[in-house]
Design a binder for this molecule. Structure first.
Ligand SMILES: NC(=O)c1ccc[n+]([C@@H]2O[C@H](COP(=O)([O-])OP(=O)(O)OC[C@H]3O[C@@H](n4cnc5c(N)ncnc54)[C@H](O)[C@@H]3O)[C@@H](O)[C@H]2O)c1
Length: 430
């Protein structure tokens, strides 16, 4: 962290943070890029003053998108790192924090290297795919006194904040059950993600948003996980690449009462679907029902020849909309960008929010934020690990498994029909 005297503001100085990016795909374009481009000019936080953020480079698979980005932004200094040493080289170029937005099965290695080097890390959801890896990252972050965080931007969606507020204030009492669905278009599985989709499923990629929403909003103890799925469009009908999945989670609360949640996901919805990404939830409580449709928030747009492909018919203006502000400026804003900015504020607070002697107190305070700290991601990662193994066994001819969580066989135990003894996947309590 260095003091920067070259500020565009009339302030005499402000601090700066240097960041690196791993992966420059869709989520980079939608959320990281608008954040970094705005934060170059400074972010004000009452706890740490004004700080500027400089994205210094990226590690990617081919370097193609990094080169295009550097050119478009006229950044000759922008680091383009590829190959086996890409992440080390990026870290070695001098960063304060690393953003990991590569495919989900690549997150662990990049995050581990950054934490080992004593850099703060933020990882796109799902953080990692099993609890052993989560344990390792959390331990490394603690050992090296840095932050290890995960992005679940749906927690910052104003509708989900309202849901959580009503639950927290006991206006809605005791959730009994619910469903969530998130349907992505075929262009995602067939185009955008085609390079890495083999052997993957849409559940790990997107159901995880709702696993976190349920876990964070309602609390409770995860008891069991089941999952079914369909194949035949993205890959072979008996292969290991999934078109759609149906996940079921059972939770138990302090009262001893249970709730069940079904989360349906797909990445083979027709491309001309009016909303592009279809997102719906319903939660039923002792005294109420919450119905949410993230796509139908009231706007329906038709433009001849442009909707629903180039422009969307039902637009989500809350996630990362582009706007002409009333005062004439162009902007990109929304909860998808806000969540990245929030993390940068947290890093700035740890590094700049007071004296060096009290840094540890600030680090501890920020590490306790359960909405994004890796240490609070245990039940979510447990559900992901369970879903992955149930689908893996299904593809290998053993469908309909159930994973019991914190039962008498350990933290995670897989039960398969016709098999007497469960397979213990994780021994410690989740
Ligand atoms: N928060 C969200 O809603 C949201 C939305 C989309 C994606 N994501 C997450 O972001 C991550 C990336 O998704 P995406 O949509 O941007 O994918 P993408 O396929 O568009 O981009 C992937 C990027 O990772 C790079 N990459 C691939 N392998 C790599 C490696 N070994 N090392 C470094 N870089 C590598 C590719 O070059 C590419 O730039 C995933 O974890 C995904 O779950 C989150």
């Amino acid at each position: 962290m260095e003091k920067d005297t070259n500020t565009p503001f009339s302030l005499s100085c402000c601090s700066s943070l240097r960041a690196g990016m791993v992966g420059m795909g869709m989520i980079f374009d939608e959320t990281y890029a608008p954040f970094f481009e705005a934060a170059e000019h400074g972010v004000y936080d009452p706890r740490s003053g004004v700080f500027r953020v400089n994205l210094i480079g990226a590690a990617t698979r081919t370097g193609g998108r990094t080169a295009a980005y550097a050119k478009a932004r006229q950044r000759e200094d922008f680091g383009n790192y590829i190959g086996d040493s890409a992440i080390e080289d990026l870290i070695g170029a001098g960063i304060d924090f690393l953003c990991v937005a590569s495919p989900d099965d690549q997150h662990f290695d990049a995050a581990r290297r950054a934490l080992e080097a004593g850099k703060h890390v933020i990882i796109e959801k799902p953080s990692v795919l099993d609890l052993a890896k989560l344990d390792e990252l959390v331990a490394l972050a603690r050992k090296n006194n840095v932050l290890a965080k995960v992005v679940y931007h749906k927690l910052l969606d104003p509708d989900h904040k309202k849901l959580r507020t009503l639950v927290h204030d006991d206006v809605l009492s005791h959730v009994n059950n619910g469903y969530c669905s998130l349907l992505e278009p075929k262009s995602i599985s067939g185009g955008q993600f085609a390079a890495w989709i083999r052997g993957r499923n849409p559940g790990t990629y997107v159901a995880v948003h709702y696993i976190k929403l349920i876990d964070f909003t309602f609390g409770g103890r995860l008891k069991s996980v089941q999952c079914s799925g369909q194949r035949g469009l993205v890959g072979a009908k008996d292969g290991d690449t999934w078109d759609s999945t149906q996940l079921r989670l059972v939770y138990e609360y302090e009262s001893g009462r249970e709730a069940a949640f079904d989360i349906h996901t797909s990445w083979v919805t027709p491309d001309n679907f009016p909303g592009y990404v279809e997102q719906e939830v319903q939660f039923r409580f002792d005294n109420g029902v919450w119905n949410g449709h993230s796509r139908k928030r009231g706007v329906e747009l038709t433009v001849e020849g442009r909707t629903p492909m180039e422009l969307k018919t039902t637009i989500n203006n809350h996630y990362n909309g582009s706007f002409l502000e009333p005062w004439g400026q162009r902007s990109r804003r929304g909860y998808g960008i806000e969540v990245i900015e929030r993390f940068a504020r947290e890093v700035a607070y740890v590094e700049h929010g007071g004296s060096a002697e009290t840094r540890e107190d600030r680090l501890r305070e920020i590490s306790q934020l359960s909405y994004n700290d890796l240490s609070s991601d245990r039940q979510v990662v447990a559900a992901v690990q369970a879903m992955e193994i149930i689908l893996e066994r299904h593809a290998a001819g053993q469908p309909n498994g159930t994973v019991e969580v914190n039962g008498k066989h350990g933290g995670l135990a897989l039960f398969l029909p016709g098999v007497a003894e469960p397979e213990v996947l994780y021994t410690d309590a989740v």
